[in-house]
Ligand binder design. Structure first.
Ligand SMILES: *[C@@H]1O[C@H](CO)[C@@H](O)[C@H](O)[C@H]1NC(C)=O
Ligand SMILES: *[C@@H]1O[C@H](CO)[C@@H](O)[C@H](O)[C@H]1NC(C)=O
Length: 391
């Protein structure tokens, strides 16, 4: 059995609770053991107590009511909901209500998310793919959770959304793509959204956000700084679904925005991240206020500006902007900049890079969860500038 390997790195101080198994071919009257697994994920969540691990065996789960997680573990007794070993686990939300919601209808909060996580802290979710749901993951007022190696794709709203009073969450190696919202003609389904919330210590690392109808990452009305590292966002904001009155925005990294009263001042940190081939901007403050720090990011081939900062007070260091359609940078207000491609000057085009082949960043991840490192968008000069996929 390979499964103990999965635990290395997060088990050190964990209380060893029970293990509950679930399988698409299980039975809810079963004992929940590996040889007699339960059938529904919800029944396992209801049975579990803090410190327990729920293993999902391979296959496709097709719930007809969304899965609700509403209880908390503790720092020393996490709940774990995980694919078993390296088995492929898909939860298909197509049978849930609101897939999609009607045009312009409202989508009740409790119905949001194949996995609806509310007031639930100290959970670890690992290795699960969520498809065709009314949001894939929807987490509200939930802290100290780790979301690792999840895939959220082809959902009818944002793939992964976190809201409310939610602090110290880590999103690690998320793939979120193909999400769209027929309800709003593409106006608000993003790959990953931290929206309308507050909470310190949230970290997004190693995500890939692509071909979503609206933005790759959207931090709309999140009032506390978020740290974003090693994340890649591409191909967002195109009407791949034939929506009429298309509303998709298409920013790679939309670092805020919202109503003046709700916008807060959020000190976002973005480093070593790449935006390419998005319909609109690579990185934008989108009217957000706060002190931003952007270090060694790359915006290449986006349909509007590479970096647009106007209301945030940013420190931009060693970033690259090249071949973006409207302008490489659009900076106004109070911005501090040094050592960026546009400060260095000279020609920045495809020939400036060792490679413009994106196949390593868009291809399969390594078993660690990292993307496979390549020379994609590294300067031929060897200068320590822009993002690197070797990390
Ligand atoms: C990004 O931030 C992390 C955490 O602060 C740091 O360890 C890493 O070196 C930074 N990378 C770059 C390229 O600045
Ligand atoms: C740069 O390379 C990309 C990827 O091959 C290509 O799509 C784009 O057209 C190139 N741009 C220019 C100006 O040559």
């Amino acid at each position: 059995m390979l499964f103990p390997i999965v635990f290395i790195g997060f088990s050190a101080q964990v209380v060893f609770g029970a293990t509950i198994y679930v399988s698409p071919t299980g039975l809810d009257t079963a004992a929940g053991t590996i040889t007699a697994p339960l059938k529904s994920i919800q029944s396992a969540i209801d049975k579990a107590v803090a410190g327990d691990t729920i293993y999902l065996r391979a296959g496709t789960y097709s719930p007809t009511t969304n899965i609700q997680i509403k209880k908390s573990g503790t720092a020393s007794a996490l709940y774990t909901l995980s694919a078993y070993s390296t088995e492929k686990v898909i939860i298909d939300g197509e049978g849930l209500p609101y897939t999609p919601a009607d045009l312009d209808a409202s989508l009740p909060s409790a119905s949001r998310g194949i996995l609806h996580i509310q007031g639930a802290s100290y959970w670890k979710l690992y290795g699960i793919e969520l498809i065709n749901g009314p949001y894939g993951i929807y987490a509200v007022d939930s802290s100290y959770n780790t979301y690792e190696k999840l895939v959220t794709r082809d959902n009818y709203e944002t793939g992964f959304q976190l809201q409310g009073a939610s602090a110290h969450n880590t999103v690690l190696y998320l793939d979120s793509y193909g999400n769209r919202d027929p309800r709003k003609n593409g106006e608000s389904a993003d790959g990953l959204g931290f929206k309308e919330g507050t909470g310190a210590g949230n970290l997004i690392k190693g995500a890939r956000l692509w071909n979503n109808v609206d933005d790759g990452l959207d931090l709309w009305e999140f009032k506390t700084g978020i740290e974003i590292q090693d994340t890649i966002s591409w191909g967002n904001g195109f009407n791949r679904w034939g929506f009429t009155d298309f509303g998709g925005d298409g920013n790679g990294f939309k670092l805020g925005g919202g109503d003046a009263a709700d916008i807060g001042a959020a000190n976002h940190i973005v480093n070593n991240s790449i935006a390419f081939l998005n319909a609109a901007k690579g990185f934008t403050d989108n009217s957000q206020t706060g002190n931003f720090v952007l270090t060694r990011n790359t915006a290449w081939n986006n349909g509007d500006s590479g970096f647009k900062m106007a209301t945030a007070v940013s420190t931009l260091t060693s970033n690259i902007a090249a071949l973006n359609t409207n302008s490489q940078v659009s900076l106004s207000g109070t911005q501090t900049q040094s050592g960026n491609s546009w400060n260095i000057g000279g020609t920045w085009n495809n020939a400036t890079f060792k490679s413009v082949d994106s196949s390593s960043v868009t291809g399969a991840r390594a078993s660690s969860g990292k993307i496979v490192g390549s020379d994609f968008l590294l300067p031929v000069s060897g200068a320590a500038l822009g993002a690197t996929t070797y990390w």
